[in-house]
Write a new protein. Structure first.
Length: 115
């Protein structure tokens, strides 16, 4: 069982920045694909960004050029740097770890973009 703990959410004004962190338990972090997803009220959960164990990265079109995902395998942590935030980025952001045989979710961290 892998436990994922997200942090870094909060309230930010439009145009502002936030950096989310997700730290995983265990010793196999470097072998996982790590992703950030988000879910706004009344909407389905959607992929924001994913980084594989090889460092390949995929972004949702809506965040390309504004968000950046990265990972620090020595710290078992994946980051999501969010810049130029918009009100439509408001959602609960979830971290996901994916191995070849299983996947795990964190509890989420709320991001609210509002003036």
């Amino acid at each position: 069982q892998v436990q994922l703990v997200e942090s870094g959410g909060g309230l930010v004004q439009p145009g502002g920045s936030l950096r989310l962190s997700c730290t995983a338990s265990g010793s196999a972090f470097s072998r996982y694909a790590m992703g950030w997803y988000r879910q706004a009220p009344g909407k389905q959960r959607e992929l924001v960004a994913e980084i594989t164990s090889d460092g390949n990265i995929n972004y949702a079109d809506s965040v390309k050029g504004r968000f950046a995902i990265s990972r620090d395998n020595a710290k078992n942590t994946v980051f999501l740097q969010m810049n130029s935030l918009k009100p439509e980025d408001t959602a609960n952001y979830y971290c996901k770890a994916r191995s070849t045989i299983a996947l795990w979710w964190g509890q989420g961290t709320q991001v609210t973009v509002s003036s």
